[in-house]
Design a binder for this molecule. Structure first.
Ligand SMILES: [Zn+2]
Length: 283
C-alpha cells in the first residue's frame, strides 16, 4: 500500500472504531509523514455525514448549533487571531480594491461575513445544505456547490481560505490544485488543519482530533509542504496552536496557567493540535 499523496510506503499506525462500530486503520507514510485513513470513506459517505446533524447535534465532533450568535463570536475571535498571526492585516492594507475572497468549506459563512464587513467581495462555498441556507438567510453570499465540480469562469481571488476542512477531503490534492488555479497574481491561500504534533503522538488513539471516519488525512508541517509543492504552491508561513487544553469557563487558576504555558510551547515548537499555513504560488 502506498501513500495517495506522495507514493511513499504506508505502515499501520493506529486503529480506531467509528461511532457506527467500524474499525478503521490510520496509516502513516514513511516519506511525507501524513497519516491517512484506510479504508477511506467514499465521497458520498462523507457528504452524508455533513448534512444537518453534523453541525447541530454532534457537539463532541461537529458543532453544537453552529449558526448561533455565540458560535459566531467564537469563530470570529479565533479567525482574527489566526489572521493576525498570518500577517493578514498589513497585507490587506496593501491590496488594491476590489479585494476578492473565496472560502471553500464555509459552513454558515461566519468567516465570510467577517471579510464582507471589512469591505471584501466575498463568496463562500459548501456542500452542507442547511448551513448554506442559514448563512443565506443572514445575508451572506454563499453557494451550495461541490468545489471540484463548480465552474468559476474567469473569476480570480486574492485570498482563498480553507479552515479546518482539508482533513475531511479524500481529494485534498485536487482541492489544492484547483485553489491554486483560482488565485490572482500574488494571491494567497490560508488553511488550517489538525496537526500530528506532540499532542497527537502523546494521546495516541485518544487524541481529540482523531475522528474516524470523517478525518481522512492528518497533516503536519512537512506533509503539508510536500503536498503544496506537488500543487505548485509553497508554504510561506506556518504556525501551530492548541495544546490539548480546551477553553473552559470558570477554570481554576492552575488550569489556566497550565493551559497558557502549554499553548506557548505548542506554538513555539510547531507541535500544537492545529496548524495554520499561508500558501503562495511557487513560481
Ligand atoms: Zn506520503
Amino acid at each position: 500500500m502506498t501513500c495517495v499523496l506522495c507514493g511513499g510506503a504506508l505502515s499501520p499506525h493506529l486503529e480506531k472504531k467509528s461511532p457506527a462500530g467500524t474499525t478503521f486503520t490510520i496509516h502513516r507514510c514513511s516519506q511525507c509523514t501524513v497519516w491517512h485513513l484506510q479504508p477511506m470513506a467514499s465521497p458520498a459517505e462523507l457528504a452524508a455525514l455533513y448534512q444537518n446533524e453534523y453541525f447541530k447535534e454532534r457537539s463532541d465532533r461537529g458543532y453544537a448549533d453552529y449558526t448561533s450568535e455565540k458560535i459566531y463570536r467564537s469563530v470570529v475571535s479565533t479567525l482574527a487571531k489566526n489572521l493576525g498571526d498570518l500577517g493578514f492585516y498589513s497585507w490587506e492594507a496593501s491590496l488594491p480594491a476590489p479585494k476578492r475572497l473565496l472560502e471553500v468549506g464555509c459552513a454558515a459563512g461566519h468567516a465570510v461575513a467577517y471579510f464582507a464587513g471589512r469591505g471584501w467581495q466575498t463568496l463562500g462555498m459548501d456542500i452542507a445544505h442547511e448551513m448554506i441556507e442559514a448563512g443565506k438567510r443572514a445575508g451572506r453570499n454563499l453557494v451550495e456547490a461541490d468545489f471540484l465540480q463548480h465552474d468559476f469562469g474567469a473569476a480570480k481571488y486574492d485570498l482563498i481560505t480553507h479552515w479546518a476542512t482539508l482533513e475531511h477531503l479524500p481529494q485534498a490534492e485536487a482541492f489544492l490544485q484547483k485553489m491554486r488555479t483560482l488565485l490572482a497574481p500574488g494571491g494567497k491561500i490560508y488553511l488550517s488543519t489538525c496537526n500530528t504534533g506532540y499532542f497527537a503522538r502523546r494521546y495516541g488513539v485518544a487524541w481529540r482530533y482523531l475522528n474516524v471516519p470523517e478525518h481522512v488525512f492528518y497533516f503536519n508541517r512537512k506533509s503539508l509542504a510536500m503536498l503544496a509543492a506537488k500543487c505548485d504552491l509553497k508554504v510561506t508561513r506556518a504556525f501551530s496552536y492548541g495544546s490539548g487544553f480546551t477553553t473552559k469557563e470558570n477554570a481554576s487558576l492552575s488550569y489556566r496557567i497550565s493551559k497558557k504555558i502549554s499553548d506557548r510551547l505548542a506554538r513555539y515548537f510547531l507541535s500544537g493540535d492545529m496548524i495554520v499555513v499561508e500558501l503562495s504560488q511557487a513560481a
